[in-house]
Design a protein around this ligand. Structure first.
Ligand code: AMP
Ligand code: ZN
Ligand code: MN
Length: 859
């Protein structure tokens, strides 16, 4: 009893101790948590007005701005990014039409009436466009918002006719503002602005609106040599109206606008027609007063010329040789100069400068990702403070920023404090390492921040077009490396295998001899049908209960009885790999079934870099094949014999279109044809027309074009999706892949299936089709269909080989591709037994889907 009590007590004490220890550990864990938990982005709980925009013309990527294309390029014409209305504006410069325009007619009351028109729906905007189309002149001003946006956006357009003031809500109407394009580019309507330099390029940037025919009252001020050129001055001196220009800095995203803001906004446009009228009178007067009548100088013409010159400006996105570099350089310069005569400058100038550059680069990228201005993310003063103080704790970071900056710390900083912390601690490494890291952390597959129309192409745009001319080529190189690395990392993440491809499960014959290595699913297939018994659990192995015909080693097929490593066969990289087909699918899908069975020999694992090399070599070799066999990679539907003859001698590539382009164009037209800009639609139609020999296209043609070059499997997939039967013309023998429902799993995407000895990728190992390779990959991932191959080319080549040389021709062909692969990559890690001359001659067992007798019985 006593002993029993003692035991009880001991247990109780022990339990208490244990609980206390656990609680203490938990307590410590919880205390640590707040400072080390990963940040969640503020944008998940804050929405900004511009996130309602469906499209933006100028996004936050590093790539350049594309101007409106007015018409399709003529043959041989080079694509340009020039001003779409250059000739119209030049015509106005050469033949000014100012005399045609009267800014005021009839009765005019200068007073601003009590009412104005608020335009916020598409139909209201259309009505406004109709109204303006009837005017000879109207006045315009715009307000933009810039603090909480990377490039800034137009938040309001004020338009005044002699009768009415319109306030256009360009946030609500952002996606349909093109409705106003025609009236702005109409040379028969004169647009009056004051100081239009910014307005002109903002309208281009946000709406592809281009102003043709303008009278700028600020230019008139210049020509008249007025003492001041501001609108406030003109309002005061010409109209006797005062305005509070401080309102210019209001947040113009606000809705509804305050009464004061409405009055300010209307005032900026309302009086312009009156001011223009009075100034043109002055300009004319000055012309007649002037004694120099002989040199034909007209002040009015000069004002008009200067105004229209403004319209020739083009919006461009600012580019720099490295993100944030310009800001960093100027900050460092200003800081060092400002401190010239005292010694309180940071103790470690090189470190200070490095940190300024890192912070500026980080701030630039974060601003782009979140669509914020850089100054909102982190002010210049805060950058200097952080780089000088080099704070070590989050608290010190907060302190540095709040002391430097009068406005409070931005949401970007508070929700991404870890980054700043790591930057100031120099934990993120060199500059060109930091940016890809940050981009991936924010927008990668497990990114913390929302993807938007502003940052989407920042993420996917691999071809950063930054100017090389300025500054050091070294920095440009590192930026190139940055974008290359980013693209590579994202590519790897998206497409490399998530689990080992080779399970290295074994299959034994019933006499105990090893038949092959394969993946788990194949074992399960045999097991579930009672065709095999389990002989080992770890690693898995089964023994077949039937007699397989032939043994690999008797036939020189040692390859199949080698276990395979989950590494890149090219360089040995083990962290990521993709499946790579040595024999391109566009040919292989057309091979006779029993020759396809050797996929495991000709599908290898490659890392992204080796994949790229091998793929490029294969693409080059395809062109050689095309030339050698006279079977073009590009497709064209021959309409009649005349065309057939005329194109026979020409360059085969020029005569057609790549099936990929054809199908992408057809798909886009079918999906979005009626919604896309007419210029884009026309461009896509041309692509499809090229296939149909230039004739007009019907919807049915588009549907047919979708199928060009599609494998039978892909076609079936599409049919299933659409619930219809899409018969491709001259598709004779595409029923071939239908009869293998009973095949073991592990089949690939082309309707093939596997048998014993056919060790294909397990676990859905990713693989890229012919068009998914770098550069193309991110455009492809949006489309539901994979766009495979070169259409008829592959099929025709294989048919030719079979006709001329029989199956030996196909085997030779495979050897050529293996040689192309080996020559391109010099792979050092190919599995034992892998061989360029791999025969592919194998017998098939009773249960194999490739067994000819079986084929007859199921067919
Ligand atoms: P305004 O037509 O003069 O009202 O100016 C048009 C837009 O330019 C305003 O909505 C502001 O976004 C911007 N802006 C012009 N001047 C300034 C300034 N001094 N500070 C901040 N923003 C300005
Ligand atoms: Zn974020
Ligand atoms: Mn204004």
């Amino acid at each position: 009893m006593v002993v029993n009590e003692k035991v009880k007590l001991a247990i109780t004490v022990a339990s208490l101790v244990a609980v206390t220890v656990l609680l203490a550990a938990e307590y410590r864990r919880r205390r640590r948590k707040p400072t080390s938990s990963p940040s969640s982005c503020y944008l998940h709980s804050e929405t900004k007005p511009q996130f309602g925009f469906k499209r933006v013309l100028a996004d936050n990527s590093y790539s350049g701005f594309k101007h409106l294309k007015k018409k399709k390029l003529e043959d041989g014409e080079k694509p340009s990014n020039s001003h779409p209305y250059e000739s119209e504006i030049t015509a106005l410069l050469e033949n000014p039409r100012l005399d045609e325009f009267e800014f005021l007619r009839g009765d005019y009351s200068l007073e601003m009436s009590g009412s104005y028109v608020w335009v916020e729906t598409e139909s209201e905007l259309k009505k406004l466009a109709e109204t303006l189309a009837k005017e000879k002149v109207f006045a315009v001003d715009t307000e933009q918002h810039s603090l909480r946006s990377f490039l800034g956006f137009t938040a309001l357009i004020q338009i005044s006719t002699q009768e009415e003031d319109f306030l256009v809500d360009t946030i609500a109407l952002h996606d349909v503002m093109s409705i106003l394009r025609p009236v702005f580019s109409n040379p028969d309507i004169c647009k009056v602005f004051h100081g239009a330099d910014n307005d002109v390029i903002w309208l281009q940037r946000d709406f592809h609106i281009y102003v043709v025919n303008m009278f700028d009252t600020a230019k008139a001020c210049e020509v008249l040599a007025k003492p001041q050129r501001s609108l406030a001055y003109l309002l005061e001196s010409v109209c006797g109206v005062s305005t509070n220009k401080l309102l210019q800095r209001e947040d113009w995203r606000q809705r509804p606008l305050s009464e004061e803001m409405v009055r300010y906004a209307r005032t900026d446009a309302h009086y312009l027609l009156y001011i223009a009228d009075s100034m043109t009178a002055e300009l004319r007067q000055l012309g007649t007063d002037s004694s120099s009548t002989d040199d034909k100088f007209s002040f009015l013409l000069e004002a008009s010329r200067r105004s229209n010159m403004t319209c020739l400006q083009l919006y461009t996105k600012e580019t720099e040789d490295f993100p944030g570099n310009a800001a960093a350089s100027s900050l460092i310069y200003r800081h060092l100069n400002g401190h010239e005569d005292n010694s309180t400058i940071s103790l470690d100038p090189p470190k200070f400068q490095e940190l300024v550059r890192e912070l500026c680069a980080w701030r630039d990228l974060m601003a782009r990702i979140h669509d914020e201005s850089t100054r909102y993310v982190l002010s210049d003063q805060a950058v200097i403070a952080l780089a000088s103080n080099q704070p070590t704790t989050p608290e010190e970071i907060h302190d540095s920023i709040s002391q430097a900056d009068s406005s409070s710390e931005s949401a970007v900083i508070s929700s991404h404090l870890d980054d700043v912390h790591q930057l100031t601690q120099h934990k993120l490494g060199k500059l060109d390492v930091i940016l890809p890291l940050v981009l991936d952390k924010c927008l990668g597959t497990e990114g913390t921040c929302p993807i938007s129309v502003f940052n989407y192409s920042l993420l996917i745009n691999f071809n950063t077009k930054l100017t090389t001319n300025r500054s050091t080529p070294k920095r440009h190189k590192s930026l190139k490396r940055f974008t290359r690395k980013t693209s590579r990392d994202l590519f790897v993440k998206k497409f490399s295998c998530k689990a080992p491809v080779y399970h290295n499960c074994r299959i034994y014959a019933n006499d105990g001899r090893l038949l092959c290595y394969c993946d788990r699913r194949k074992l399960e297939w045999y097991m579930s049908r009672g065709l095999a018994k389990l002989v080992e659990e770890d690693p898995l192995a089964i023994m077949l209960l039937f007699e397989p015909k032939g043994r690999p080693e008797d036939e020189g097929n040692d390859f199949y009885i080698q276990s395979k490593k989950n590494i890149c066969v090219g360089c040995g990289e083990g962290d990521h790999y993709l499946r790579y087909r040595i024999i391109p699918s566009c040919y292989r899908v057309h091979f006779p079934e029993h020759l396809k069975s050797h996929r495991s020999h000709d599908i290898v694992l490659l890392c992204v870099d080796c994949h790229e090399v091998a793929h490029a070599a294969a693409e080059r070799y395809k062109k050689e094949v095309a030339k050698e066999f006279g079977i073009p990679l590009f497709v064209r539907r021959v309409l009649d014999s005349v065309e057939c003859e005329s194109s026979a001698g020409g360059d085969s590539e020029d005569a057609g279109v790549s099936p990929l382009h054809l199908r992408t164009a057809a798909m886009a037209l079918l999906r979005h044809g009626n919604r896309m800009p007419s210029s884009r639609r026309e461009e896509l139609l041309q692509t499809v027309k090229m296939y149909y020999g230039g004739r007009d296209i019907t919807e049915e043609d588009l549907e047919k074009a979708l199928l060009i070059g599609m494998s039978p499997h892909e076609r079936r997939k599409l049919e299933r999706k659409k619930g219809v039967s899409l018969k491709q013309e001259n598709s004779s023998n595409d029923a071939d892949a239908n009869s293998f429902e009973e095949a073991p799993p592990g089949g690939d995407t082309n309707g093939e299936s596997s048998v014993v000895g056919d060790d294909s990728g397990g676990d859905g190992a990713p693989e890229l089709n012919d068009t998914q390779c770098k550069g193309n990959i991110l455009h492809q991932q949006n489309s539901k269909l994979s766009l495979l191959g070169h259409g008829p080319h592959g099929k025709q080549v294989v048919e030719y080989l079979l006709n001329e040389y029989g199956e030996d021709g196909v085997r030779d062909f495979c050897q050529r591709w293996r040689k192309v692969f080996v020559d391109a990559l010099h792979p050092r890690h190919l599995p034992g037994g892998w061989d360029v001359t791999h025969s592919g001659r194998r017998d098939f067992g009773e249960f194999s889907v490739y067994n000819p007798t079986k084929k007859v019985s199921t067919g």
